[in-house]
Design a protein around this ligand. Structure first.
Ligand code: ZN
Length: 310
């Protein structure tokens, strides 16, 4: 099992997480995968699959072709750069990997011609070593995602485990578990280092400081206006003992976005359907709270930054 693949022999080394991200976002499924270091063909596992996230997408080798010595399917890490164990938490009786970083989306493409590679499997150990060393700078195969959905669903798994624990152990012990668990899960939001505890919050208090952007979560019933859809948050921000309402705002121009990707279309359709039927929805969004005429708004200017749970 390895976490690195390429779409051509000796092509750009890309993580299994990046392939999955591209698939979930744009329905792109590549025909062939190869080891970026020794060039053997690889089989994608749990990459091109909808459904439950959290399980580790990876590559495996065909029975008849193992990685060619000295390749083990990963870049060569020196002692100091060897990958740290990624966050793995036992939630709901299953071991899960959590997304560690929200990133801009990217398209995986052929970026260079296959070079110095002998696709017939007669590569020298030196050449393989050289490629693995060159890939050191890529760092460990982190679980990065451009989809808010992946982070929201992982967070929700922790919340549902919290619910079970509350019943079994009582509120105090469950709250302690929740706090520790969320604090222990790193979550970088577009290069700003946070954790699941301080990176995801309700709208009840306003984050301040140099980077007030957060992932906000909450519930509300969206309302369709002529030029926008507004989702009132059920959790107003408290300022000097006063409740100030908070709204998620999606303007008309976004609703008419011409080239909709499949993951965005789902969000938009859920939002439109809920606003037509006055249905309460659970939402996650990325942005910052800004004052506007006696209320706070979180303006959504791209579909990437809104996710509505089913
Ligand atoms: Zn290999």
């Amino acid at each position: 099992m390895s976490e690195w693949g390429a779409i051509e022999p000796f092509g750009e080394a890309v993580t299994s997480y990046a392939f999955r991200d591209e698939y979930l976002r744009d329905d792109i499924e590549h025909d062939q995968h190869f080891c970026p270091f020794c060039g053997i063909p690889l089989i994608p596992v749990l990459i091109y699959k909808d459904g439950k996230s959290g399980k580790t997408p990876h590559f495996k080798t065909h029975k008849e072709s193992r990685h060619i010595f000295p390749c083990d399917g990963a870049p060569e890490y020196s002692h100091s750069s060897s990958p740290k164990k990624r966050p793995l938490r036992s939630v709901d009786k299953t071991e899960l990997h959590f997304p560690e970083e929200l990133i801009e989306s990217r398209k995986i493409s052929v970026v260079r011609e296959p070079t110095k590679g002998d696709t017939t499997g007669h590569d020298t150990p030196e050449e393989i070593c050289c490629r693995r060393k060159a890939a050191q700078s890529l760092g460990p195969a982190h679980y990065r995602t451009s989809l808010l959905r992946e982070i929201a669903e992982a967070f929700h798994k922790v919340l549902s485990e919290f619910g079970h624990r509350k019943k079994a152990e009582g509120e105090e012990s469950a709250k302690k578990w929740l706090k520790e668990t969320l604090k222990g899960l790193p979550l970088t939001l577009y290069r700003v280092k946070r954790t699941y505890r301080d990176g995801i919050q309700k709208t009840g208090f306003m984050p301040s400081g140099a980077n007030p952007e957060r992932i906000f979560r909450g519930a509300g019933t969206p309302v369709l206006f002529q030029d926008a859809i507004e989702i009132p948050s059920e959790d107003p921000v408290k300022i000097n003992g006063q409740d100030v309402p908070v709204f998620i705002l999606v303007r008309e121009n976004l609703l008419q976005e011409p080239s909709m990707k499949s993951s965005w279309t789902k969000t938009m359709n859920r939002l439109l359907e809920a606003s037509r039927n006055s249905k309460r929805i659970f939402w996650f969004c990325y942005g910052k709270m800004e004052k506007e005429e006696g209320r706070y708004i979180i303006l959504i200017d791209r579909w990437d930054h809104l996710y509505i749970r089913e």
